[in-house]
Design a binder for this molecule. Structure first.
Ligand SMILES: [Zn+2]
Length: 925
């Protein structure tokens, strides 16, 4: 930790990352999604922030005035929920705190007050970010419940209302019946975003005039119903909805009450219902009521219609009852075909259950079978019965549903499609139809259009995610923006409500630009006029306000927004929408960068698996720069990266090698002139040339491979190849390349190399210029010649192994003649034996070798697919290998000679003739 602390103190003392507007210096403004301080950070959080920080540092080294601020998001219920769980002494949670994060029971006991909790975890997170060496301007830090921020959000909502983007109405929202509050992805266990869909409720009439109602997403299968299912262990009741009487499970009656007015009439035993027959609302047919264990009491209505030809669970339950299949005991019930699909016969559900050998309705494979059949039926199904016979299911579905509703044989209900989803409090989430609900109207056609147009101009990384944003912009409708409870800002148009967390985090990047000024200002002064002036330039302001307006205009627009890929479908799209709504076009955001997750030893980190590595613990274990590098290297930006001890130790070992190398060579100077020195220079400048494009496109895997792993390999090779290493230029430049990723080591090396002394205005590597490639130093011939040396060395080693010789008496290498190289290019050009041969015979240089020519050409043709590079000349190969002869002689402990094919030693003529371009012949004595 010494190294890290030393440089972190230096940066702080020098205010290296406190960014103020500088006239004439181009700015670069980037932000990363601010954290929720309701638990400590783990290694997974390091990826987005380290990517952002490396980006920030890279831009700074490219001469930009860079602003990277940070704040804390406390809005909504997650913090309250966490405080509540601690107060309730939730054993599981306290165990995790203690075991994984080292938070004692005593400390945890002090966190039952939400503000204490926020302060504790935000301090913890901030300390972690500082220990990671992030180049954050901490002066701008705020919390989203700060009164100044509340004023800013009130202003934002006033602007949205002015534009007509706030609407009110009746809307289904995902709901926690226990907290009595709407919920979003942040409030659910496992951060699942609840998706809403519409169930069709079908009325199967009983004799007494009431109906059993079944819930389905597939009303078109009504023609295939053979019976109705009940769960024999459930309690059922007759209820009244809109004057009609229905039978549903008691469990469901509670949550259906969130959408309808329900009056309970009486309880009915499942046994009584199981002796009845009910009427199919579409066909009028009487069908029996049967028991089945798969019926979920809390889903739909707790009553299910059975379509065994097309639904695996229905088929299996019927078979379990002995009413279908080979062993049907009692009266077998015939299956009814409704639709035809590709690749299956009349009864797809039966077919797949038998094919997969599914035992019964409790078999896990039943779920896979259902997914497969439902998907196939939805996409390729065609109706074979009923009024819409011949039509694709996708269209018939909607028509049949509309018909049934029109004839009062069905009605609809909202449901969570990807359920069951559980609230963090433990309750199963349902859907509530909220009246007088406030929405941000992302369904507004003009707003959508403007957002899409701007999106088309933004830099989206990775580019392939652009379609996901487009899809989200298209699909978004009203977003419920207030909740009954939570921290944050009161909704200005109904002070009993709180603005929810995805709605108060869309334009806070603008707030950062002036946040440090606002700390001193009383919140009551920050009225609509104040923000109108600072952010929109409307009206007039005093000196202080003018300064703020200037600072805002200096930093805005935001150049790059960073986050994990999970926020594309909500936060990041809202972020674009709201900027488009509120600011003038020239201030709209320029780019978004999203990254994948971090796995731990190949698996997802989870509390239940106990494989969570807290960030600060990782820093202590491996050192900051190793953690930083491990978090961002090794995977493409959109892929998941994998943290493991092996990876960290591999990075650490290489850094030790580099550390020793820098110390040994710190005092060295001068430039090497040998072939191998030129090779190293060429490798260095190629690396420098490739870096900017890779950096700007966030090709993190390729970039880190080259500037770190390949660089270390090159240096190790170079050390072996020369007895007079000249490393000064290489090391100075390498330190600059690695600085955005490993800033602490880089500062230390920079100091060891004495750069402080020579370049006073770049005392810190963090402020130095990113290197520029010297194109003239890049020499492909030399690099490939050196590859030839290492390959020839390996070939000779292999031969020794094969002939079981421990030590050679002498090694002679023969380099192929130039006429073979002519032949090589002809083969590459012609790609066919006959035309190549013809062309070769017309070549003056090749003609004298007509005898060997055909055989060699045949050899070339066998490998023609891999012959993509132009071959080196005989002279180039000769020079590279001659230059390495001394080294190779030492390696093999014998005399090592390099000869040309045309001048063989007596007795080695045949061996010499075997030499081929890029494949010298090796003679071992
Ligand atoms: Zn809840």
């Amino acid at each position: 930790m010494q190294l890290e602390e030393k440089w972190q103190k230096e940066w702080e003392a020098k205010k290296t990352f406190e960014a103020d507007p500088k006239e004439g210096v181009p700015k670069f403004y980037l932000t990363a999604a601010f954290p929720y301080p309701n638990s400590p950070q783990h290694i997974g959080h390091a990826r987005t922030y380290t990517t952002t920080d490396a980006h920030a540092r890279y831009m700074k080294m490219n001469g930009k005035n860079v602003l990277f601020p940070m704040a804390f998001h406390v809005t909504g219920t997650p913090i309250l929920a966490m405080a509540k769980r601690i107060a309730a002494e939730d054993k599981e949670l306290l165990d995790i705190f203690e075991r994984i994060y080292g938070i004692s029971r005593q400390t945890a006991a002090g966190l039952t007050d939400p503000k204490e909790l926020v302060m504790y975890f935000s301090r913890e997170i901030e300390a972690g970010m500082r220990e990671m060496g992030y180049s954050i301007d901490w002066r701008r830090k705020f919390y989203t419940y700060d009164p100044q921020f509340n004023k800013f959000i009130e202003w934002q909502f006033a602007k949205l209302k002015e534009k007509g983007y706030l609407t009110m109405g009746e809307h289904p929202v995902p709901w926690c019946p226990s907290d009595n509050n709407a919920i979003g992805a942040h409030d659910t266990r496992g951060d699942v975003d609840p998706e809403l869909g519409e169930y069709t409720l079908l009325k199967f009439a009983r004799k007494d005039g009431s109906s059993l109602i079944t819930a389905t997403f597939r009303p078109e299968t009504i023609y295939g119903v053979t019976n109705v299912w009940l769960n024999p262990n459930a309690k059922y009741s007759e209820v009244e909805i809109r004057g009609e009487r229905y039978v549903i499970s008691d469990e469901v009656a509670k949550t259906m009450g969130l959408q309808f007015e329900i009056k309970k009439i009486k309880e009915i035993s499942a046994k009584e219902l199981l002796s009845e027959k009910v009427k199919n609302p579409m066909t009028g047919e009487e069908v029996p009521v049967f028991p089945a264990s798969f019926v979920d009491l809390a889903n739909g209505t707790g009553v299910v219609m059975s379509v065994p030809a097309h639904a695996p669970y229905d088929y299996l339950a019927l078979r379990d009852l002995g009413r279908t299949g080979e062993n049907a005991k009692e009266g077998s019930i015939p299956l009814k075909e409704v639709l035809a699909i590709d690749g299956y016969g009349k009864f797809p559900a039966q077919e797949i259950c038998e094919k997969l050998g599914i035992k019964n309705q409790d078999d896990e494979k039943a779920e896979d079978a259902t997914t497969e059949i439902y998907r196939k039926e939805a996409h390729t199904g065609k109706m074979v019965v009923g009024k819409y016979k011949g039509e694709p299911v996708i269209r018939a579905k909607e028509k049949i549903k509309a018909d049934l509703i029109a004839e009062n044989k069905a009605f609809t209900m909202h449901e969570i499609v990807n359920g069951p989803v559980f609230c963090r409090c433990g309750a199963r989430c349902a859907v509530k139809v909220v009246r007088d609900q406030w929405f941000i109207d992302y369904g507004n056609a003009q707003w959508k259009e403007d957002t899409k147009k701007w999106l088309a101009q933004m830099k989206i990384i990775p580019e392939k995610t652009r379609n996901e944003y487009l899809y989200t912009v298209d699909w978004l409708k009203g977003k419920a923006c207030v909740r009954a409870a939570g921290l944050g800002t009161r909704f200005p148009f109904d002070k009993t409500k709180m603005i929810e967390s995805l709605s108060d985090s869309t334009i806070y990047m603008a707030f950062y630009t002036i946040a440090h000024y606002l700390k001193e200002m009383p919140a009551e002064n920050l009225d609509e006029k104040f923000f109108d002036y600072v952010f929109l330039g409307k009206g007039s302001g005093d000196e202080k306000m003018k300064k703020m307006r200037e600072e805002f205009l200096y930093w805005y627009p935001l150049d790059s927004r960073h986050s994990g890929a999970d926020l594309v479908h909500n936060h990041l799209t809202f972020f674009i929408f709201n900027h488009v709504a509120i600011f003038e076009p020239k201030l709209w955001p320029r780019g978004i960068v999203v990254n994948g997750f971090v796995l731990m030893d190949g698996s997802k980190m989870s509390k239940s698996m106990g494989n969570i590595l807290p960030l600060r613990k990782a820093i202590r274990q491996y050192g900051t720069d190793v953690v930083r590098f491990a978090a961002v290297s090794g995977a493409d930006l959109s892929a998941d990266s994998d943290f493991s001890q092996t990876l960290a130790e591999g990075i650490s070992g290489r850094m030790k090698f580099m550390d020793a190398l820098v110390r040994e060579n710190a005092a060295a100077s001068g430039k090497g002139e040998k072939n191998i020195d030129k090779w190293l220079r060429s490798r260095l400048h190629r690396m420098i040339r490739n870096a900017p494009e890779r950096f700007e496109n966030f090709e993190m895997r390729d970039l880190t491979q080259e500037i770190f792993y390949a660089a270390v390999n090159d240096l190790k090779w170079y050390q072996k190849r020369t007895s007079t290493p000249k490393l000064r230029e290489y090391l100075e430049n390498w330190v600059l390349l690695i600085a955005p990723f490993m800033p602490h080591y880089a500062e230390e090396f920079w100091q060891l190399l004495g750069k402080k002394q020579f370049v006073p205005d770049a005392a810190l590597v963090s402020l130095a210029k990113f290197p520029k490639a010297d194109e003239s130093a890049i020499d492909e011939g030399i690099e490939r010649g050196e590859e030839l040396v290492s390959r020839t060395k390996e070939d000779a080693e292999n031969i020794l192994r094969i002939i079981k010789k421990e030590k050679a008496g002498g090694i002679t290498i023969y380099i192929a003649s130039d006429w073979k190289r002519e032949l090589y290019s002809i083969a590459q050009r012609e790609k066919r034996f006959d035309t190549a041969m013809k062309s070769a015979m017309a070549n003056e240089k090749i003609k004298p070798h007509a005898k060997e020519c055909a055989k060699i050409l045949q050899q070339f043709m066998k490998n023609i697919g891999s012959m993509t590079q132009q071959c080196l000349t005989q002279e180039q190969e000769f020079r590279s290998l001659s230059d390495a002869a001394e080294y190779l002689g030492k390696e093999f402990g014998c005399k090592f000679a390099v000869m040309k094919e045309e001048e063989p030693v007596k007795g080695q003529e045949q061996k010499a003739a075997n030499a081929m371009p890029m494949k010298p012949s090796i003679f071992i004595e």
